[in-house]
Ligand binder design. Structure first.
Ligand code: TLP
Length: 343
């Protein structure tokens, strides 16, 4: 907006003029009565795109994930997730507090689970054992660099769960990025999943919202829990209109964000701070070596370049529709200069 390059997350985007126009013109009604035509249209579109029966607009990704835990897992059981999953790292213990589940974490290479490790970690419904009721994967994997789990691997992981009668879920906050990177429609990526969520408010550029998608029965139960959690909204068609606009106009352009992330990685190639092959979608993780990452981030902020400091030596840069290639190159060069001057 003011020359600032904000690469902290793809959640920081502001609605475009055309999206604002779609919001302004949205037909609305009271969604708690099921009478918001725009919400109904978005939910039908989302279900169809994901190849599932039904969908539910939620105020946030965390709520959609929590509704999935409530409806696909059972209190008093285990949910198996990758060790760096958003569900276990970034949801303030909500799975335990609200869902009544405990997590069993499985470490992985690059956020991509090994099916054999998943099979070994699933616990049967046996006396005294806390059984596994849900296996969840994160697509793309945020904390491991926006990495993608290839389709064959998705099938193998979720297959291990299904064989054992365990439900399956995809935290697909950025599944459209995975779909763009793999060239596979979202429906194909989630065929073996009982449910998924995707975010409207990340790469798709909406101000608010995530959509939970699954069977009619699971979505009906999630609708009840959404109200219990305080997430039933009234004239939410203003939000849904943005979502419809995004599904129609902001999906194909995700490839540009991926190209910009790659461009940042290329600019930083000589520094050794970026594992270029790890840059698969719209995220770049930068290793600041001996430099204090939060200090580097503060220094960059003085030049109007905002990045996330995710650890003592880790920066995260996320590309999105509010940053163009020039802005990305400018940010990458500034980081490169800091690293070579002080590293
Ligand atoms: N991720 C946010 C932060 O919470 C880290 C970000 O900036 O990346 N699943 C995944 C994989 C996510 O990355 C996020 C948000 C969520 C769920 C939660 O979505 P919201 O923020 O809409 O509740």
């Amino acid at each position: 907006v003011d020359g600032t390059v904000d690469l902290r997350s793809d959640t920081v985007t502001r609605p475009t003029r055309r999206m604002r126009a779609a919001i302004a013109e949205a037909e609305v009604g009271d969604d708690v009565y099921g009478e918001d035509p725009t919400v109904n249209r978005l939910e039908a579109m989302a279900a169809e795109r994901c190849g599932k029966e039904a969908a539910l607009l939620c105020p946030s990704g965390v709520m959609a994930n929590q509704l999935a835990l409530r409806t696909l897992a059972r209190p008093g059981t285990e949910v198996l997730v990758e060790a760096d999953a958003h569900l276990v790292n970034y949801e303030d213990g909500a799975g335990a507090v609200l869902g009544g589940v405990q997590f069993r974490t499985v470490p992985s290479e690059r956020g991509v689970l090994d099916p054999e490790a998943v099979a070994a970690a699933i616990r049967p419904d046996a006396y005294h054992l806390t059984p596994t009721s849900l296996v969840a994967i994160e697509q793309t994997h945020n904390r491991r660099g926006g990495t993608v789990t290839p389709l064959e691997r998705v099938r193998a992981i979720l297959g291990e769960a299904r064989e054992r009668g365990v439900a399956t879920y995809v935290d697909g906050a950025r599944i459209f990025n995975a779909s763009a990177a793999l060239g596979i429609p979202v429906a194909g990526l989630v065929e073996d999943a009982d449910g998924l969520m995707f975010s409207l408010s990340k790469g798709l550029g909406c101000p608010v919202g995530s959509v939970l998608v699954g069977s009619q029965d699971a979505i009906e139960r999630a609708r009840l829990w959404r109200r219990r959690y305080g997430g039933a909204m009234r004239q939410a068609g203003v939000l849904a209109a943005a979502g419809i606009h995004a599904l129609e106009h902001h999906v194909d352009r995700l490839a540009e964000d991926h190209a910009n992330a790659r461009r940042i990685a290329d600019e930083l190639d000589g520094t050794g701070a970026v594992e270029a092959e790890r840059v698969e979608t719209n995220m770049v993780y930068v290793d600041t070596g001996t430099l204090d990452a939060p200090a580097v981030a503060s220094q960059l902020a003085e030049d109007g370049i905002l990045v996330g400091a995710l650890g003592p030596a880790t920066l995260r840069l996320v590309t999105h529709l509010d940053v163009d290639t020039d802005a990305c190159v400018r940010a990458a060069r500034a980081i490169g200069e800091l690293l070579s001057a002080f590293g």
